[in-house]
Design a binder for this molecule. Structure first.
Ligand code: 2AM
Ligand code: CA
Ligand code: CA
Ligand code: CA
Length: 268
């Protein structure tokens, strides 16, 4: 994608994100219609659906040749990342949206031929927009984010993870994860993957570890973290696939190998 096109799409997406955010804030105290999906913990509201529909309509009208990959069913069924693909989570952190009415985000990533070009993570209630264009750095509102520290030690790091890592699970040895929790300076669980990526990019967390995320949870975050020198892989250290769910580690590169090699392996 050339620079000019990237700038046009960036400005357009930003305008739509702010419009969607204003609508959500205006309706935040209205009664919510909450449904469940795969389990009683997997929530969806009419706000999730309406917000996604808003983006789907805008994109199809403005860019009929673009594709949309999104959570709530208004996107396209894609089996390749060819062309320009918007990857959108209309509300990331729906449980926070429902229970806390804050700590959720709109996440928008724009990919061209499989390459992440533009990323936005909008903390709607705080009105804070994290954004990045490939090779142009990352921003928190209008302030450019500093590159991540060249070197950090794991015992001085804050890592985002949820408590399932410490329960018996099929991915890793939970005893090793308990060692990791004891090793690091602190752990955090915010409940919005997109915001946790944004916090890694901002340098207020040093890594974020998650068992299973969809493309729309990570698409924008990967681009933003990348622009400050962070790295995102699955928990085996391989690239994240934008057409499937993935386990995800996003972090300061200096702690990546230690986390993967010393903690994230399943003991026989
Ligand atoms: P969501 O709110 O858009 O569903 C919660 O820890 C984080 O994991 C959120 O970013 C949430 O996104 C994401 N997530 C991914 N799959 C999920 C699922 N099946 N149930 C609940 N949260 C899920
Ligand atoms: Ca969801
Ligand atoms: Ca999500
Ligand atoms: Ca969502």
């Amino acid at each position: 994608m050339n620079n000019e096109l990237r700038n046009i799409h960036y400005l357009q997406a930003k305008e739509w994100i702010f419009e969607a955010g204003r609508t959500i804030r205006k309706k935040i105290n209205d009664p919510m219609v909450v449904d469940t999906k795969s389990s009683a913990k997997d929530l969806v509201t009419t706000m999730d659906k309406n917000t996604e529909y808003f983006f789907a309509e805008k994109i199809r009208k403005t860019y009929p040749d673009h594709f949309l990959l999104s959570e709530e069913g208004y996107g396209d069924d894609l089996d390749s990342m060819d062309g320009t693909v918007w990857i959108i989570d209309p509300i990331d952190g729906t449980m926070n949206f429902v229970h806390q009415r804050r700590n959720f985000a709109i996440s928008v990533g724009i990919y061209h031929q499989g390459v992440g070009e533009i990323g936005f993570i909008y903390d709607v209630m705080s009105d804070v927009l994290y954004s990045a264009k490939r090779n142009n750095g990352a921003f928190k509102n209008d302030e450019k984010l500093e590159p991540l520290k060249k070197h950090i030690n794991l015992d001085e790091s804050i890592i985002g993870l949820n408590h399932y890592w410490l329960c018996n699970n099929h991915l890793v040895d939970e005893m090793e994860m308990q060692k990791l929790v004891r090793k690091v300076r602190g752990t955090r669980t915010y409940g919005s993957a997109a915001l946790e990526f944004a916090f890694v990019a901002e340098g207020i967390m040093d890594g974020y570890l998650t068992m299973s995320l969809a493309p729309w949870d990570v698409a924008a975050g990967i681009i933003i973290v990348n622009e400050v020198g962070g790295i995102t892989t699955n928990i085996s250290g391989d690239p994240v696939n934008m057409l499937t769910t993935n386990s995800v580690l996003t972090c300061n590169p200096s702690i990546k190998n230690t986390i993967i090699n010393d903690y994230l392996y399943k003991k026989k």
